[in-house]
Design a protein around this ligand. Structure first.
Ligand code: UDP
Ligand code: MG
Length: 319
């Protein structure tokens, strides 16, 4: 019997556990032709999420495993830990707030059986505001124009990955992670399905406006080095414009004998150049920061404990 792991990274999701349990029990009952593992990753929650995980594990150790990370690392790293500890032949990633409907799972499994390695779920109708929808649309367009790896639109981490994809992702140990880009990068046979995003029933979203902006910048800088080229282009452009202006000034002063016009032109030039330089520095800095974090070569995460089916680790429950 093939085994499928459902990975649930959770940060302060104590209120979602009744729903998680209910959903996972349904998945198990409705897809009884597979063995199921439900792998919960506690991403340094400050509420009772860990206690809830321990409770679930104790009630049914055959199915519920958990990894307790040593602190809050963010969802990307929590998923990386999940890739490491998952034991299934396939892995389905879902949000612990259960915004991803389990009703999509049978379809994912069907395509997996047909031979697809990465069955990703696309949001169909999203109840987001017009502005948010448009910005994400522009963002995808921009991103796609910068790289020739096909990017899946309106797609998050909700997907089924074959073991081959999981192993590929496990070999990518970068700590500056943009997992969405990594799914695209590794290739393999991909298939998109559609789903309706559920409302969050309890707890609150961990995303603020600024973290979304950060995510967007992070997305671009980890996909491609194209912005670095922008600095070169801007440099050339400004030089050409400056040269034309230089010729113009020489002509004007020598032929028409116009007196030197100083202040406004100097101000505009300095401010403009200053802006271009700061922008270029900022772009450089974005990449340099990533290099800095990567070059330290630190492990992506540490764990307090793991309780589950991977047998090369021992029971580490602290009670
Ligand atoms: N999450 C996590 N670590 C974090 C933040 C979030 O593991 O530092 C988990 C969170 O518990 C949830 C998933 O990532 O299962 C998605 O988070 P959230 O629901 O806040 O994002 P949204 O659905 O609003 O995009
Ligand atoms: Mg959510």
């Amino acid at each position: 019997m093939k085994k499928v792991t459902i990975l649930l990274p959770a940060y302060n999701e104590e209120a979602s556990f009744d729903l998680i349990r209910e959903n996972m029990e349904r998945v198990k009952a409705e897809n009884a032709n597979y063995a199921w593992e439900f792998l919960l990753v506690n991403d340094g929650s400050t509420d009772r999420t860990l206690q809830q995980m321990i409770k679930l594990h104790r009630s049914d150790p055959e199915h519920y495993s958990y990894v307790d990370l040593s602190r809050n690392y963010g969802k990307e790293i929590a998923m990386m830990a999940g890739f490491d500890y998952a034991t299934g032949d396939a892995l389905i990633i879902m949000d612990a707030d259960m915004q991803h409907p389990i009703s999509a799972i049978p379809e994912m499994l069907r395509y997996w059986e047909e031979g697809y390695d990465d069955v990703y779920a696309q949001r169909r109708s999203s109840k987001e505001t017009w502005l948010k929808r448009k910005t994400s649309q522009w963002y995808y367009r921009l991103l796609q124009s910068l790289t020739n790896i096909p990017i899946q639109k309106n797609t998050g981490d909700f997907r089924l990955l074959d073991r081959s994809c999981v192993e590929a992702l496990r070999r990518m140990r970068e700590v500056e992670r943009n997992t969405k880009g990594m799914y695209s990068w590794i290739g393999f046979h991909k298939k998109g399905i559609y789903y309706e995003q559920q409302e969050r029933r309890s707890g609150s979203s961990k995303w603020s406006f600024f973290s979304l902006v950060n995510l967007a910048i992070n997305g671009i800088t980890s996909y491609t080095t194209a912005p670095l080229r922008l600095a070169s282009f801007l440099g050339v452009l400004v030089s050409v414009v400056a040269f034309i202006y230089l010729v113009y000034i020489i002509l004007v002063t020598n032929i028409w004998g116009e007196p030197v016009q100083g202040y406004p032109t100097i101000m505009v030039t300095i401010l403009f150049l200053g802006g271009v330089q700061l922008l270029s520095l900022g772009i450089l800095g974005e990449y340099l920061g990533k290099v800095f974090n990567e070059v330290k070569g630190r492990p992506g995460y540490f764990i307090n404990s793991y309780n589950g089916m991977r047998n090369d680790t021992k029971d580490t429950t602290k009670s």
